[in-house]
Design a protein around this ligand. Structure first.
Ligand SMILES: *Cc1c(COP(=O)(O)O)cnc(C)c1O
Length: 399
């Protein structure tokens, strides 16, 4: 997909608009698939981007699905994933939500001892489950996206193994999978190997184990000289230790991963329009027709997105601070070199496929953007822009 394609899309569908390039998702999936053996499965962590068309496309590519809410499970089923290819990994949900997922026959991952006990007392070994452990590996690009640390709410601490075993013994639960997800944007691939060693040790406690799920942490480059997780090298290292463990232990296990942003981040281009160029004594602001109501990652995670001016690609570079139109400080980027921006120019945020639209809101009573899917040389509108009526849709007027 070229910049001209993006400009055409902005002209046809208006801004702000999220654009997803199918080819990029395919390429990312291919890189993973080719780096590991056929005994490895990839469950797309769909909270990154759940438009039904993306789910269907990922399904076509052959990936499986990781869901964190019952509604993601339902979306996945609707997109055509068979229950056996869906893993439900919720956090702090009640037993009722887990039971709803059981009714859909998907794999279920339990991440606290309270629910494990409730589940075991009621269902015993009649429905196999996964257990999410917290290995206490500190990894991830930002505290908010690190899930393995000691204060994290995710998973059951590996130091509570005795407790897990007591529950297993007293309720007879059948554990078919062990899961960990230590964080997002792990720079050092050896963290996965460290995690695997822990899983191997833990596996001794689970005689019915079939699956080891290492979660995600695959990093994508956001800045120009940023790195992407080298999945080829990782694949080689992982396959080596995994196959030798299977040989030594005599176990027959499948290895799972749950890439989210690795699959969809790069595919996403968020297009906005420069509304206002505002020069103050110290700064030149570009005020765009969007804000953290549409793309919150820079404000929430201090994330960096490359920003380019599609309308004036050869203009002289100037230093800008790019802000939104929300009545709150919503700075997308400080002191960025961008080709001269004029009012009405189309501006693009790169790498906006993951946790972009998905985290958007109607703050300031602004409308959520449209979404466009670019596949086989054609742009398809896959979500209409909100309309004013949508703001009132669920409100009940009592006065
Ligand atoms: C969010 C999440 C992922 C995906 O993380 P990325 O950084 O987007 O790859 C995988 N597994 C679980 C359980 C998650 O919650």
């Amino acid at each position: 997909m070229t910049n001209q394609d993006l400009i055409n899309i902005a002209t046809e569908f208006g801004t702000p608009v999220y654009v997803y390039d199918a080819e990029s998702i395919k390429e990312q999936y291919g890189k993973l698939k080719n780096s590991f053996s056929d005994n490895t499965r990839f469950f797309y962590a769909c909270k990154a981007l759940t438009n039904i068309n993306i789910l269907k496309y990922v399904n076509q590519l052959g990936a499986d699905l990781d869901c964190v809410s019952i509604n993601e499970v339902k979306l996945g089923l609707k997109a055509g994933f068979e229950p056996e290819r869906i893993l439900f990994t919720p956090n702090c949900v009640d037993l009722a939500e887990i039971e709803e997922a059981m009714a859909h026959k998907v794999h279920i991952n339990i991440d606290n001892i309270s629910i494990l006990e409730q589940f075991g007392n009621k269902y015993g070994n009649s429905y196999p489950i996964f257990i999410r452990v917290n290995p206490h590996i500190y990894a991830g690009g930002n505290h908010k996206i690190s899930t393995g640390h000691i204060d994290s709410k995710f998973g059951i601490s590996i130091h509570q193994m005795r407790h897990i075993e007591r529950v297993m013994k007293s309720t007879n639960i059948l554990v078919e999978g062990l899961h960990m997800h230590t964080g997002s944007e792990i720079k050092d691939a050896d963290v996965f190997l460290q995690g695997l060693e822990i899983m191997f040790e833990l596996s001794e406690h689970f005689p019915d184990l079939k699956y080891i799920d290492m979660g995600s942490g695959f990093k994508v480059p956001y800045q120009k000289d940023d790195m992407e997780t080298d999945v080829q090298t990782l694949g080689k290292k992982v396959e080596k230790v995994f196959t030798s463990f299977l040989k030594e232990s005599g176990k027959d296990l499948q290895l799972w991963f749950e890439p989210g942003k690795y699959l969809v981040s790069k595919s996403g281009h968020f297009l906005v329009k420069a509304n206002v160029i505002k020069q103050t004594t110290a700064t030149v602001f570009v005020g765009v027709n969007s804000g953290f109501n549409h793309l919150i990652r820079p404000m929430f995670y201090d994330s960096y997105h490359i920003i380019e001016n599609l309308s004036n690609p050869n203009g002289p570079e100037r230093i800008y601070t790019v802000v939104g139109n929300i009545c709150e400080t919503d700075t997308f980027a400080w002191d960025r070199k961008i080709n001269e921006v004029r009012e009405t120019d189309i501006i693009v945020f790169r790498n906006a496929g993951a946790y972009g639209y998905e985290m958007s809101s109607n703050f300031n009573s602004r409308l959520k953007p449209a979404e466009v899917f670019y596949i086989d040389g054609k742009a398809h509108l896959i979500r209409k822009r909100d309309e004013f009526e949508d703001l009132l849709k669920n409100q009940i007027e009592v006065l």
